[in-house]
Each structure stands twice: as structure tokens, then as C-alpha cells.
Design a protein around this ligand. Sequence first.
Ligand code: PHE
Length: 344
Amino acid sequence: MLKARISTLEAEGKNALKTVKTIADLEAWEIKYLGRKSELGNILKSLKNFSSEEKKVIGSLANGARQTLAQAFAETKARLLEQSVDWEKERIDVSAPGVAVACGHLHLITQLEHQIEDIFVSMGFTVADGPEVESEWYNFDALNVSPDHPARDMQDTFWLQRDEPQKENFLLRTHTSSVQARYMETHTPPFRIIIPGKIFRNEATDASHEHTFHQFECLMVGDDVSVANFKYIAQAFFENFFEKKVLIRLRPSFFPFTEPSFEFDISCVLCDGNGCPVCKQSGWLEIGGAGMVNQKVFEAAGYPRGKYQGFAWGFGVTRLAMMKYKISDIRLFMGGDLRFIRQF
Ligand code: PHE
């Protein structure tokens, strides 16, 4: 009787499986035919009550039925799972254009600093660095700008508040010239360095004035470094940087840390000196200040007076960027507008 029942259960289970259409139905079927409390399960559990003869026969029959049903169950499950996939949705269009990964990049000013560094390194220069928060000594006094010197007013300064009035004053450096004395204190000529960096001026901002911008200082010192060396290095740099022939022009000027001092211009790289709105029809672009290092600066750095000669300049990286890319508002550089930054 039991044997017949086992065969019936097996056939019934297999039949019922044919009508199963969903995974949920399949789970209900599993409980009914293969679960621990299923009829077949109960038969298997009750085997211990039979004699060993019966156990052998019924056991093998019940286990066989279980195996057959389990196998049919696994096949149905695989079929239902496969049917539940929307293959149209899963289809991968290998010809579709890819999605670009959003990726940051260096700021235009940093890119140009690297380019400037590469050009100077190729001419035997070393890149030097100094702090943006600077002492009054390195930013002014060591450069022959004493507290009562009228030239202090040339650069509006962000002074830092100090807790102890008798101590040194600190400020945000107003030029990269502050690194000159720092470097010279620890190095003996001959040397040639450039110092790219951020500088700060306490002034009202407009399209051509910004409180934070970038400069690069150049300092070359030796026994007989002359204005001719200065002009050669400057011209070589600009022709390399703008990848075209560039004329340079020196105009007399004044800086306490150089003697003689120059305003430094290059022929307009946009109109090649013919006159355009960027050079205000003059054919020339103002790049920055320069000159032969004042012996007082050498003295402040601890060099003997008259032993060395050198030239120095402080040119605007931000200004060069504006010329190279025809950017008309200096405030765009540090404004943080990604639409601007992403263009470069
Ligand atoms: N430090 C000056 C400035 O920022 C530029 C300069 C540098 C002039 C070196 C002469 C020599 O205006």
C-alpha cells in the first residue's frame, strides 16, 4: 500500500510541476512535495519503525521518488529563472558610445607653472619655494624696503594680526621676491633659480585686479652676471613659452631691491606688435618688474658687498595665462567657477 502511495506521490508531484508557472508557485510546490513536513518526508521519517526488510524496499523507493522529484524541481527552477530574465533589457549594445568618466585635472595656472618650470630647468635653473605667510623681514626689510620707505605703499599688504606686539610682523607675501633672501641665506653663488608661487595684494578687485594671483621670480647670481644675460634668458624663455619670435623691451623703473630697475615688456603675442585691443594698440605687453640685484640685498643675505652680480625679475604667471588664452577677467582664475576651469 505504502509502495503504491509512494509511486502515486511521485507521479502526482511530477504532474503538478507541469502547471507551475512562477517562482512563488514553485516554492509552494517544494514545501508540499519535498519539504520536511511533506507526505514523502513523513514516510522517510517513519522508516525507522519498519523491519529491516521493509526498510530496504520502502526506503529505496521513497528515496528514489525524492531524488526524481528533486531533480525535476531543479530543472523547473532553472527554466523559470531563465524565463524571468528580460533578455531584451539585458542586451548589451557593443556599438553604443561609452560613458566618459568624469575626471579632474590640474588648474590652468598649475599647468602653466609646470610648463615654465620645464623651460627653466632645461636652461639649468633650479625651482625654489618659500612660505605664503611671510615675515616682514623677508618680504620687505631684506629687500631694502625699510618700514618708512615710500615703496612699501607700492604693494598693499595683508598684515596678519599678532598676539605679542614686540615680536616680528607677519603678512601674506606681496611678491615672490620674498624667497630671494631666504634662498641666498643658505646658498652661495653662482646659482640660478625660479620661484613660482601665489602672492596677495590688499586691493579692490576688478577685471584686471585680484587680491590673489601668481608670479614667478627669477634670480641668477654669479661673479659677472649682466643685463645681457638677463635679456638673453628672458627672450629665450618667452620664445619657448609662446612658441614664436618675441621682442623684448626694457623701460627704466624703480624697485628698492634692484639697481638699475626695469619695467619689462614683450612684443604683443596676439598681433605680433601691430596693435590690437589686448595691447591697447601699443604693440607691447607689460609682463612685470626686473633689474640687477641691489648690493644691499646681497648684504642683507650675508654676502660681501660688491662680490657678486645678478639679475632678478618678478613676472606674472596669471598675466601670461591671460595673454596666452585671451582671458579678459583676472577674477576668473581664483573664482572657482568650474565652467571656466574645465576649458583648459
Ligand atoms: N617684486 C616685484 C613686484 O612684485 C617685481 C620685481 C621682482 C622687480 C624682482 C624687480 C626684481 O612688483
